[in-house]
Design a protein around this ligand. Sequence first.
Ligand SMILES: [Zn+2]
Length: 164
Amino acid sequence: MICRKCGATLDDGSRFCYYCGEVFSEEDEKDWNAIDQKEKEIAEMEEAEIKRAVANMIYTTTPTIEGRKITKYLDIIYGSAVIGTGFISDLGAAISDLLGDKSNMYNGKLNYARSEALTQLKKAAIRQGADAVVGVEMDIMTVGSNMFVVNVSGTAVKLNDDLS
Ligand SMILES: [Zn+2]
């Protein structure tokens, strides 16, 4: 349980906070647990809604969307993800037939960074209240000798409802 007065973490069933001296009843603890449960439910709900919105966001490298009309250009938005290349040198050059595995690992990391950067872009679109992101561009930069940054940008737009 968490002390409501000072925020310290205490053993469940504590009737006294060792940190701030607050005294609490069994009723207090029940009320707090109920509040914690509700807050957790809300947080999970929001996360699920954000996930759904991210999954449904339309995004394209083209400047227009087939069959839909752009009614408003909201803003240019960005997303990025960083990956270290330490994992390449960590594997060492000792065994040459590891090369295939190394490049698979590299591609895996790169794909992960790409999708992470796109997710950031889509979240930025959701915050703008956008219906879609057009003109999506992606580039990869090296930073120093051991880091890659995947950057994506695009234009957040509103679309008409007409699905003709
Ligand atoms: Zn306390």
